[in-house]
Design a protein around this ligand. Structure first.
Ligand code: 5AD
Ligand code: SF4
Length: 479
Protein backbone atom coordinates (compact mmCIF):
# COMPACT_ATOMS: atom_id res chain seq x y z
CA UNK A 1 0.00 0.00 0.00
CA UNK A 2 1.22 3.47 -0.80
CA UNK A 3 2.41 5.29 2.32
CA UNK A 4 0.62 8.60 2.12
CA UNK A 5 1.62 9.73 5.59
CA UNK A 6 4.25 12.11 4.29
CA UNK A 7 1.59 13.72 2.06
CA UNK A 8 -0.41 14.86 5.02
CA UNK A 9 2.54 15.51 7.30
CA UNK A 10 1.93 17.91 10.10
CA UNK A 11 4.30 20.74 9.32
CA UNK A 12 5.55 21.92 12.70
CA UNK A 13 8.40 24.05 11.37
CA UNK A 14 5.91 26.02 9.30
CA UNK A 15 3.88 26.79 12.41
CA UNK A 16 7.02 27.98 14.23
CA UNK A 17 7.92 30.24 11.30
CA UNK A 18 4.49 31.83 11.37
CA UNK A 19 4.64 32.23 15.15
CA UNK A 20 7.86 34.21 14.63
CA UNK A 21 6.10 36.57 12.23
CA UNK A 22 3.21 36.90 14.67
CA UNK A 23 5.62 37.92 17.42
CA UNK A 24 7.35 40.43 15.17
CA UNK A 25 4.09 42.12 14.23
CA UNK A 26 2.93 42.05 17.83
CA UNK A 27 6.03 44.06 18.83
CA UNK A 28 5.20 46.70 16.23
CA UNK A 29 1.57 46.87 17.37
CA UNK A 30 2.54 47.02 21.05
CA UNK A 31 4.88 49.92 20.28
CA UNK A 32 2.03 51.66 18.45
CA UNK A 33 -0.18 51.20 21.50
CA UNK A 34 2.47 52.58 23.87
CA UNK A 35 2.93 55.58 21.64
CA UNK A 36 -0.71 56.41 20.91
CA UNK A 37 -2.66 54.72 23.71
CA UNK A 38 -4.68 52.97 20.99
CA UNK A 39 -4.81 49.32 20.08
CA UNK A 40 -4.90 48.26 16.43
CA UNK A 41 -8.23 46.66 15.52
CA UNK A 42 -9.35 44.06 13.04
CA UNK A 43 -12.71 43.41 11.40
CA UNK A 44 -13.27 39.87 10.14
CA UNK A 45 -16.13 38.59 8.00
CA UNK A 46 -16.67 34.93 7.11
CA UNK A 47 -19.01 34.26 4.22
CA UNK A 48 -20.50 30.92 3.21
CA UNK A 49 -20.24 27.61 4.98
CA UNK A 50 -19.18 26.40 8.43
CA UNK A 51 -15.77 25.49 7.02
CA UNK A 52 -15.17 29.16 6.25
CA UNK A 53 -16.52 30.25 9.63
CA UNK A 54 -14.05 27.87 11.27
CA UNK A 55 -11.17 29.06 9.07
CA UNK A 56 -11.99 32.61 10.15
CA UNK A 57 -11.66 31.59 13.79
CA UNK A 58 -8.06 30.66 12.94
CA UNK A 59 -7.44 33.92 11.08
CA UNK A 60 -8.81 35.79 14.08
CA UNK A 61 -6.67 33.73 16.46
CA UNK A 62 -3.56 34.74 14.49
CA UNK A 63 -4.62 38.41 14.43
CA UNK A 64 -5.14 38.27 18.17
CA UNK A 65 -1.62 36.88 18.62
CA UNK A 66 -0.33 39.73 16.46
CA UNK A 67 -1.77 42.22 18.93
CA UNK A 68 -4.95 43.22 17.11
CA UNK A 69 -8.25 43.60 18.93
CA UNK A 70 -11.51 42.50 17.32
CA UNK A 71 -14.10 45.12 16.37
CA UNK A 72 -17.58 44.57 14.97
CA UNK A 73 -17.54 48.07 13.47
CA UNK A 74 -15.91 47.87 10.08
CA UNK A 75 -15.30 51.64 10.08
CA UNK A 76 -13.28 51.27 13.27
CA UNK A 77 -10.83 48.73 11.88
CA UNK A 78 -7.18 49.08 10.87
CA UNK A 79 -7.22 45.64 9.27
CA UNK A 80 -10.22 44.26 7.35
CA UNK A 81 -10.38 40.65 6.21
CA UNK A 82 -13.12 38.93 4.21
CA UNK A 83 -13.02 35.15 4.01
CA UNK A 84 -14.97 34.70 0.78
CA UNK A 85 -17.28 32.05 -0.69
CA UNK A 86 -17.95 31.23 -4.34
CA UNK A 87 -20.49 28.43 -4.14
CA UNK A 88 -23.19 30.68 -5.59
CA UNK A 89 -22.94 33.85 -7.62
CA UNK A 90 -24.68 36.06 -5.05
CA UNK A 91 -21.84 35.42 -2.55
CA UNK A 92 -19.37 36.82 -5.08
CA UNK A 93 -21.56 39.83 -5.86
CA UNK A 94 -21.63 40.64 -2.16
CA UNK A 95 -17.82 40.80 -2.06
CA UNK A 96 -17.62 43.09 -5.09
CA UNK A 97 -20.29 45.31 -3.51
CA UNK A 98 -18.30 45.61 -0.31
CA UNK A 99 -15.08 46.27 -2.23
CA UNK A 100 -16.80 49.13 -4.06
CA UNK A 101 -17.69 50.65 -0.70
CA UNK A 102 -14.15 50.11 0.63
CA UNK A 103 -12.68 52.01 -2.32
CA UNK A 104 -14.34 55.22 -1.05
CA UNK A 105 -13.66 54.34 2.55
CA UNK A 106 -9.95 53.96 1.91
CA UNK A 107 -9.74 57.46 0.46
CA UNK A 108 -10.46 58.77 3.96
CA UNK A 109 -8.49 56.11 5.81
CA UNK A 110 -5.60 55.17 3.48
CA UNK A 111 -3.73 53.21 6.17
CA UNK A 112 -6.46 50.59 6.46
CA UNK A 113 -5.18 47.24 5.24
CA UNK A 114 -7.66 45.15 3.24
CA UNK A 115 -7.18 41.39 2.94
CA UNK A 116 -9.21 38.87 0.96
CA UNK A 117 -8.94 35.13 1.21
CA UNK A 118 -11.00 31.95 0.83
CA UNK A 119 -12.65 30.06 -2.00
CA UNK A 120 -13.43 32.96 -4.33
CA UNK A 121 -9.73 33.84 -4.50
CA UNK A 122 -8.85 30.45 -6.01
CA UNK A 123 -10.41 31.47 -9.32
CA UNK A 124 -8.17 33.09 -11.96
CA UNK A 125 -11.02 35.24 -13.27
CA UNK A 126 -11.51 36.79 -9.82
CA UNK A 127 -7.81 37.57 -9.42
CA UNK A 128 -7.77 39.19 -12.85
CA UNK A 129 -10.75 41.39 -11.92
CA UNK A 130 -9.18 42.36 -8.60
CA UNK A 131 -5.89 43.30 -10.24
CA UNK A 132 -7.69 45.44 -12.79
CA UNK A 133 -10.53 47.05 -10.89
CA UNK A 134 -9.89 46.75 -7.17
CA UNK A 135 -6.35 47.94 -6.68
CA UNK A 136 -7.10 49.19 -3.18
CA UNK A 137 -6.98 45.59 -1.90
CA UNK A 138 -3.65 44.93 -0.13
CA UNK A 139 -3.36 41.20 0.56
CA UNK A 140 -4.94 38.34 -1.36
CA UNK A 141 -4.52 34.66 -0.58
CA UNK A 142 -6.50 31.47 -1.03
CA UNK A 143 -7.72 28.37 0.75
CA UNK A 144 -4.45 26.43 0.87
CA UNK A 145 -2.20 28.97 2.59
CA UNK A 146 -4.47 30.47 5.23
CA UNK A 147 -1.82 29.80 7.86
CA UNK A 148 0.55 32.17 6.03
CA UNK A 149 -1.41 35.29 7.01
CA UNK A 150 1.32 36.52 9.44
CA UNK A 151 4.06 36.15 6.83
CA UNK A 152 1.99 37.88 4.16
CA UNK A 153 1.22 40.74 6.54
CA UNK A 154 4.90 41.04 7.35
CA UNK A 155 5.84 41.17 3.65
CA UNK A 156 3.19 43.82 3.08
CA UNK A 157 4.52 45.90 5.99
CA UNK A 158 8.12 45.64 4.81
CA UNK A 159 7.56 46.22 1.10
CA UNK A 160 4.36 48.23 0.94
CA UNK A 161 3.50 46.16 -2.14
CA UNK A 162 0.17 44.55 -2.90
CA UNK A 163 0.53 40.86 -2.07
CA UNK A 164 -1.05 38.14 -4.17
CA UNK A 165 -0.27 34.61 -2.97
CA UNK A 166 -2.61 32.00 -4.42
CA UNK A 167 -1.59 28.36 -4.39
CA UNK A 168 -3.05 25.63 -6.54
CA UNK A 169 -2.55 22.88 -3.98
CA UNK A 170 -1.12 22.03 -0.60
CA UNK A 171 -0.86 18.51 0.81
CA UNK A 172 0.44 19.41 4.23
CA UNK A 173 -1.86 20.24 7.09
CA UNK A 174 -0.54 22.80 9.54
CA UNK A 175 -1.75 21.81 12.99
CA UNK A 176 -2.22 23.88 16.14
CA UNK A 177 -2.85 27.30 14.66
CA UNK A 178 -4.11 29.75 17.27
CA UNK A 179 -7.85 30.28 17.12
CA UNK A 180 -10.56 32.45 18.67
CA UNK A 181 -13.76 30.47 19.15
CA UNK A 182 -17.00 32.32 18.61
CA UNK A 183 -18.66 30.29 21.36
CA UNK A 184 -16.79 29.13 24.47
CA UNK A 185 -18.92 26.00 24.88
CA UNK A 186 -19.05 24.65 21.36
CA UNK A 187 -16.33 24.27 18.79
CA UNK A 188 -15.82 23.05 15.26
CA UNK A 189 -13.01 20.64 14.45
CA UNK A 190 -11.84 19.98 10.89
CA UNK A 191 -11.44 16.29 10.26
CA UNK A 192 -10.64 16.61 6.57
CA UNK A 193 -10.15 19.19 3.85
CA UNK A 194 -11.20 19.23 0.20
CA UNK A 195 -13.60 17.06 -1.77
CA UNK A 196 -13.24 14.30 -4.39
CA UNK A 197 -16.83 14.12 -5.52
CA UNK A 198 -17.11 16.61 -8.35
CA UNK A 199 -20.85 17.10 -8.24
CA UNK A 200 -21.36 18.74 -11.61
CA UNK A 201 -22.83 22.00 -10.25
CA UNK A 202 -20.24 22.51 -7.52
CA UNK A 203 -17.09 24.61 -7.55
CA UNK A 204 -15.76 23.36 -4.20
CA UNK A 205 -13.44 20.61 -5.51
CA UNK A 206 -11.76 23.19 -7.77
CA UNK A 207 -11.15 25.71 -4.99
CA UNK A 208 -10.49 23.44 -2.01
CA UNK A 209 -8.67 20.62 -3.76
CA UNK A 210 -8.63 16.88 -3.18
CA UNK A 211 -9.70 15.16 0.01
CA UNK A 212 -7.08 15.17 2.79
CA UNK A 213 -7.90 13.65 6.16
CA UNK A 214 -6.23 14.61 9.39
CA UNK A 215 -4.73 11.83 11.50
CA UNK A 216 -7.26 10.53 14.03
CA UNK A 217 -4.76 11.06 16.84
CA UNK A 218 -4.40 14.75 15.95
CA UNK A 219 -8.18 15.16 15.91
CA UNK A 220 -8.57 13.44 19.27
CA UNK A 221 -5.75 15.52 20.78
CA UNK A 222 -7.56 18.68 19.64
CA UNK A 223 -10.90 17.47 21.01
CA UNK A 224 -9.26 16.66 24.38
CA UNK A 225 -7.72 20.13 24.51
CA UNK A 226 -11.10 21.70 23.75
CA UNK A 227 -12.78 19.59 26.44
CA UNK A 228 -10.14 20.74 28.96
CA UNK A 229 -10.97 24.29 27.91
CA UNK A 230 -14.68 23.82 28.79
CA UNK A 231 -16.07 22.91 25.38
CA UNK A 232 -19.15 20.66 25.60
CA UNK A 233 -20.24 20.35 22.00
CA UNK A 234 -18.04 19.39 19.07
CA UNK A 235 -18.96 19.79 15.41
CA UNK A 236 -16.80 17.58 13.20
CA UNK A 237 -16.36 19.27 9.84
CA UNK A 238 -15.58 18.01 6.36
CA UNK A 239 -17.06 18.35 2.85
CA UNK A 240 -17.87 14.65 2.97
CA UNK A 241 -17.21 13.26 6.43
CA UNK A 242 -18.34 9.78 5.41
CA UNK A 243 -15.22 9.28 3.35
CA UNK A 244 -12.99 10.40 6.22
CA UNK A 245 -9.78 8.46 6.73
CA UNK A 246 -9.75 6.52 3.47
CA UNK A 247 -6.44 8.02 2.34
CA UNK A 248 -4.59 7.72 5.65
CA UNK A 249 -1.64 5.33 5.79
CA UNK A 250 -3.67 3.37 8.32
CA UNK A 251 -7.26 3.99 7.25
CA UNK A 252 -9.76 4.87 9.98
CA UNK A 253 -13.47 4.95 9.17
CA UNK A 254 -15.62 7.91 10.15
CA UNK A 255 -17.73 5.59 12.32
CA UNK A 256 -14.58 4.60 14.23
CA UNK A 257 -13.55 8.23 14.63
CA UNK A 258 -17.00 9.06 15.98
CA UNK A 259 -16.62 6.35 18.61
CA UNK A 260 -13.21 7.72 19.55
CA UNK A 261 -14.59 11.25 19.99
CA UNK A 262 -17.49 9.81 21.98
CA UNK A 263 -14.93 8.45 24.47
CA UNK A 264 -13.40 11.86 25.20
CA UNK A 265 -14.27 12.87 28.74
CA UNK A 266 -15.91 16.25 29.16
CA UNK A 267 -17.44 16.32 25.68
CA UNK A 268 -21.20 15.96 25.98
CA UNK A 269 -22.45 16.39 22.44
CA UNK A 270 -21.11 15.52 19.01
CA UNK A 271 -22.45 16.72 15.69
CA UNK A 272 -20.96 16.40 12.21
CA UNK A 273 -21.41 17.68 8.69
CA UNK A 274 -21.62 17.10 5.79
CA UNK A 275 -22.65 13.50 5.11
CA UNK A 276 -22.80 12.47 1.48
CA UNK A 277 -25.73 10.03 1.08
CA UNK A 278 -23.73 7.76 -1.25
CA UNK A 279 -21.16 7.04 1.48
CA UNK A 280 -23.38 6.72 4.53
CA UNK A 281 -22.59 3.24 5.82
CA UNK A 282 -24.46 0.82 8.09
CA UNK A 283 -21.38 1.02 10.31
CA UNK A 284 -22.00 4.76 10.76
CA UNK A 285 -25.69 4.25 11.56
CA UNK A 286 -24.65 1.72 14.21
CA UNK A 287 -22.07 4.12 15.67
CA UNK A 288 -24.60 6.97 15.80
CA UNK A 289 -27.07 4.72 17.54
CA UNK A 290 -24.53 3.35 20.02
CA UNK A 291 -22.83 6.61 20.99
CA UNK A 292 -24.91 8.51 23.52
CA UNK A 293 -23.08 11.78 22.89
CA UNK A 294 -23.74 11.75 19.14
CA UNK A 295 -26.75 14.01 18.58
CA UNK A 296 -29.71 12.42 16.92
CA UNK A 297 -29.90 14.85 14.05
CA UNK A 298 -28.38 14.37 10.63
CA UNK A 299 -27.70 16.66 7.70
CA UNK A 300 -28.11 14.53 4.58
CA UNK A 301 -28.27 16.76 1.49
CA UNK A 302 -30.48 15.24 -1.19
CA UNK A 303 -29.99 18.11 -3.72
CA UNK A 304 -32.73 16.78 -6.02
CA UNK A 305 -35.39 14.09 -6.02
CA UNK A 306 -35.23 12.88 -9.59
CA UNK A 307 -32.81 10.00 -10.22
CA UNK A 308 -32.07 11.38 -13.68
CA UNK A 309 -31.13 14.80 -12.30
CA UNK A 310 -29.07 13.11 -9.56
CA UNK A 311 -27.25 11.15 -12.26
CA UNK A 312 -26.46 14.35 -14.14
CA UNK A 313 -25.41 15.99 -10.89
CA UNK A 314 -22.95 13.07 -10.48
CA UNK A 315 -24.30 12.38 -7.01
CA UNK A 316 -23.93 8.60 -7.30
CA UNK A 317 -27.20 7.68 -5.66
CA UNK A 318 -30.80 7.44 -6.83
CA UNK A 319 -34.04 8.65 -5.31
CA UNK A 320 -34.75 5.08 -4.27
CA UNK A 321 -31.37 4.42 -2.66
CA UNK A 322 -31.54 7.77 -0.82
CA UNK A 323 -34.98 6.90 0.57
CA UNK A 324 -33.71 3.45 1.51
CA UNK A 325 -30.83 5.00 3.48
CA UNK A 326 -33.26 7.36 5.23
CA UNK A 327 -35.46 4.36 6.07
CA UNK A 328 -32.53 2.57 7.72
CA UNK A 329 -31.60 5.66 9.71
CA UNK A 330 -35.14 6.16 10.97
CA UNK A 331 -35.49 2.52 11.86
CA UNK A 332 -32.31 2.63 13.93
CA UNK A 333 -33.09 6.02 15.54
CA UNK A 334 -36.84 6.74 15.39
CA UNK A 335 -36.54 10.21 17.00
CA UNK A 336 -33.82 11.47 14.67
CA UNK A 337 -34.39 14.76 12.84
CA UNK A 338 -33.14 15.17 9.29
CA UNK A 339 -32.02 18.27 7.43
CA UNK A 340 -31.07 18.72 3.80
CA UNK A 341 -29.78 20.95 1.00
CA UNK A 342 -31.93 21.22 -2.13
CA UNK A 343 -31.11 22.87 -5.45
CA UNK A 344 -33.96 23.97 -7.71
CA UNK A 345 -33.46 24.54 -11.41
CA UNK A 346 -30.47 22.34 -12.23
CA UNK A 347 -30.04 22.28 -16.05
CA UNK A 348 -32.66 20.12 -17.69
CA UNK A 349 -34.94 19.94 -14.64
CA UNK A 350 -38.48 19.31 -15.90
CA UNK A 351 -41.73 19.74 -13.99
CA UNK A 352 -41.75 15.95 -13.49
CA UNK A 353 -38.23 16.06 -12.05
CA UNK A 354 -39.28 18.86 -9.75
CA UNK A 355 -42.29 16.84 -8.59
CA UNK A 356 -39.84 14.07 -7.62
CA UNK A 357 -38.07 16.58 -5.36
CA UNK A 358 -41.38 17.47 -3.71
CA UNK A 359 -42.09 13.77 -3.32
CA UNK A 360 -38.79 13.18 -1.51
CA UNK A 361 -39.43 16.18 0.75
CA UNK A 362 -42.84 14.75 1.74
CA UNK A 363 -41.53 11.20 2.19
CA UNK A 364 -38.49 12.12 4.30
CA UNK A 365 -40.02 14.86 6.44
CA UNK A 366 -37.11 17.26 6.97
CA UNK A 367 -37.24 19.60 9.95
CA UNK A 368 -34.66 21.93 8.37
CA UNK A 369 -33.96 22.54 4.68
CA UNK A 370 -31.42 24.83 3.05
CA UNK A 371 -32.90 25.63 -0.32
CA UNK A 372 -30.98 27.10 -3.23
CA UNK A 373 -31.67 28.34 -6.70
CA UNK A 374 -29.20 26.75 -9.09
CA UNK A 375 -26.31 29.12 -9.76
CA UNK A 376 -24.13 28.63 -12.83
CA UNK A 377 -20.48 28.33 -11.80
CA UNK A 378 -17.93 28.80 -14.56
CA UNK A 379 -15.58 25.84 -14.77
CA UNK A 380 -18.09 23.27 -13.56
CA UNK A 381 -19.57 20.72 -16.01
CA UNK A 382 -23.16 21.91 -15.38
CA UNK A 383 -22.31 25.44 -16.52
CA UNK A 384 -21.97 24.24 -20.11
CA UNK A 385 -24.99 21.93 -20.13
CA UNK A 386 -27.24 23.28 -22.85
CA UNK A 387 -30.68 23.05 -21.25
CA UNK A 388 -30.45 25.75 -18.56
CA UNK A 389 -33.83 26.38 -16.95
CA UNK A 390 -35.66 29.69 -17.36
CA UNK A 391 -35.22 32.01 -14.35
CA UNK A 392 -38.93 32.72 -13.84
CA UNK A 393 -39.72 29.03 -13.97
CA UNK A 394 -37.08 28.35 -11.31
CA UNK A 395 -38.48 31.07 -9.05
CA UNK A 396 -41.98 29.64 -9.40
CA UNK A 397 -40.71 26.15 -8.49
CA UNK A 398 -38.75 27.56 -5.60
CA UNK A 399 -41.86 29.23 -4.15
CA UNK A 400 -43.91 26.11 -4.65
CA UNK A 401 -41.24 24.10 -2.85
CA UNK A 402 -41.35 26.43 0.16
CA UNK A 403 -45.13 26.07 0.18
CA UNK A 404 -44.63 22.34 0.67
CA UNK A 405 -41.68 22.58 3.04
CA UNK A 406 -42.84 25.18 5.54
CA UNK A 407 -46.23 23.69 6.51
CA UNK A 408 -44.55 20.27 6.68
CA UNK A 409 -41.86 21.56 9.05
CA UNK A 410 -44.55 23.17 11.21
CA UNK A 411 -46.55 19.97 11.35
CA UNK A 412 -43.54 17.79 12.19
CA UNK A 413 -42.54 20.21 14.93
CA UNK A 414 -45.96 19.97 16.58
CA UNK A 415 -44.79 16.64 17.98
CA UNK A 416 -42.26 18.50 20.09
CA UNK A 417 -44.82 20.58 21.99
CA UNK A 418 -45.11 19.42 25.62
CA UNK A 419 -41.83 17.50 25.47
CA UNK A 420 -38.89 18.10 27.77
CA UNK A 421 -35.63 18.62 25.87
CA UNK A 422 -32.08 19.41 26.95
CA UNK A 423 -30.75 22.65 25.53
CA UNK A 424 -27.14 23.77 25.33
CA UNK A 425 -27.65 27.45 26.10
CA UNK A 426 -25.71 29.56 23.60
CA UNK A 427 -26.51 33.25 23.97
CA UNK A 428 -29.18 35.83 24.75
CA UNK A 429 -31.70 36.29 21.96
CA UNK A 430 -30.87 39.15 19.60
CA UNK A 431 -34.30 40.75 20.01
CA UNK A 432 -34.94 40.24 23.74
CA UNK A 433 -32.03 40.11 26.16
CA UNK A 434 -34.07 38.31 28.86
CA UNK A 435 -34.57 35.41 26.49
CA UNK A 436 -31.88 32.77 26.01
CA UNK A 437 -31.39 30.69 22.89
CA UNK A 438 -29.83 27.32 22.36
CA UNK A 439 -30.22 24.01 20.59
CA UNK A 440 -31.70 20.75 21.73
CA UNK A 441 -29.95 17.48 21.02
CA UNK A 442 -32.07 17.10 17.84
CA UNK A 443 -30.97 20.58 16.64
CA UNK A 444 -34.30 22.25 17.49
CA UNK A 445 -33.71 25.96 18.11
CA UNK A 446 -35.23 26.87 21.46
CA UNK A 447 -35.95 30.23 23.12
CA UNK A 448 -36.75 30.49 26.83
CA UNK A 449 -36.57 32.99 29.63
CA UNK A 450 -33.70 32.50 32.02
CA UNK A 451 -30.64 33.98 33.67
CA UNK A 452 -27.48 34.58 31.64
CA UNK A 453 -25.64 32.34 34.13
CA UNK A 454 -27.11 29.42 32.22
CA UNK A 455 -25.09 30.21 29.10
CA UNK A 456 -22.84 27.26 28.37
CA UNK A 457 -24.90 24.82 30.42
CA UNK A 458 -27.13 22.03 29.20
CA UNK A 459 -30.52 22.58 30.83
CA UNK A 460 -33.89 20.83 30.65
CA UNK A 461 -36.80 22.87 29.30
CA UNK A 462 -40.38 22.09 28.31
CA UNK A 463 -41.44 23.09 24.80
CA UNK A 464 -44.62 25.16 25.03
CA UNK A 465 -45.01 26.63 21.55
CA UNK A 466 -44.05 25.70 18.00
CA UNK A 467 -43.01 28.74 15.96
CA UNK A 468 -42.12 26.60 12.86
CA UNK A 469 -38.42 27.52 12.72
CA UNK A 470 -37.91 27.71 16.46
CA UNK A 471 -39.67 26.83 19.71
CA UNK A 472 -40.67 28.69 22.86
CA UNK A 473 -39.95 26.75 26.03
CA UNK A 474 -40.04 27.14 29.80
CA UNK A 475 -37.54 25.97 32.38
CA UNK A 476 -38.21 22.82 34.34
CA UNK A 477 -36.34 21.52 37.36
CA UNK A 478 -34.00 18.57 37.49
CA UNK A 479 -32.32 16.77 34.61
N1 5AD B 1 -25.93 26.42 -7.22
C1 5AD B 1 -26.78 26.35 -6.18
N2 5AD B 1 -26.49 25.72 -5.05
C2 5AD B 1 -25.29 25.13 -4.94
N3 5AD B 1 -24.72 24.42 -3.94
C3 5AD B 1 -23.48 24.05 -4.33
N4 5AD B 1 -23.24 24.51 -5.58
C4 5AD B 1 -24.35 25.17 -5.96
C5 5AD B 1 -24.72 25.85 -7.16
N5 5AD B 1 -23.88 25.93 -8.20
C6 5AD B 1 -25.40 24.09 -2.70
C7 5AD B 1 -25.53 22.59 -2.51
C8 5AD B 1 -24.57 22.31 -1.40
C9 5AD B 1 -24.63 23.58 -0.62
C10 5AD B 1 -23.50 23.81 0.31
O1 5AD B 1 -24.65 24.59 -1.62
O2 5AD B 1 -26.86 22.32 -2.10
O3 5AD B 1 -24.93 21.19 -0.62
FE1 SF4 C 1 -19.61 20.16 -3.68
FE2 SF4 C 1 -20.57 17.68 -4.01
FE3 SF4 C 1 -18.19 18.05 -2.78
FE4 SF4 C 1 -20.45 18.79 -1.54
S1 SF4 C 1 -19.89 16.67 -2.12
S2 SF4 C 1 -18.56 19.98 -1.71
S3 SF4 C 1 -21.74 19.47 -3.24
S4 SF4 C 1 -18.68 18.50 -4.94
Amino acid sequence: MKDTRKDIAVDETELLRQLDYMQGIRKINDAFETETGKKKKFFSLAMGCQMNAHDSEKLEGMLDKMGYERTDEETDADFIIYNTCCVRENAEQKVYGKLGWLKHYKKDKPDTVIALCGCMMQQDSVIKTLRQKYRHVDIVFGTYNLYKLPELMNTRMESGDTIYDIWQEQEEIVEDLPSIRHFPYKAAVNIMFGCNNFCTYCIVPYVRGRERSREAEDIIAEVKKLAADGVKEIMLLGQNVNSYGKNLSEPVSFAKLLRMVNDVEGIERIRFMTSHPKDLSDELIEAMKDCPKVCKSLHLPVQAGSSEILRRMNRNYTKESYLETVGKIKEAMPDITLSTDIIVGFPGETEEDFQETLDVIRKVGYTTAYTFIYSKRTGTPAATMDNQVDEDLIKDRFDRMLNVLNPMIHELNEKMVGKIVHVLVEEPSKSNKDVLTGRADNYALVHFEGSKDLIGQIVPVRIIENKTFYFIAERVNGD
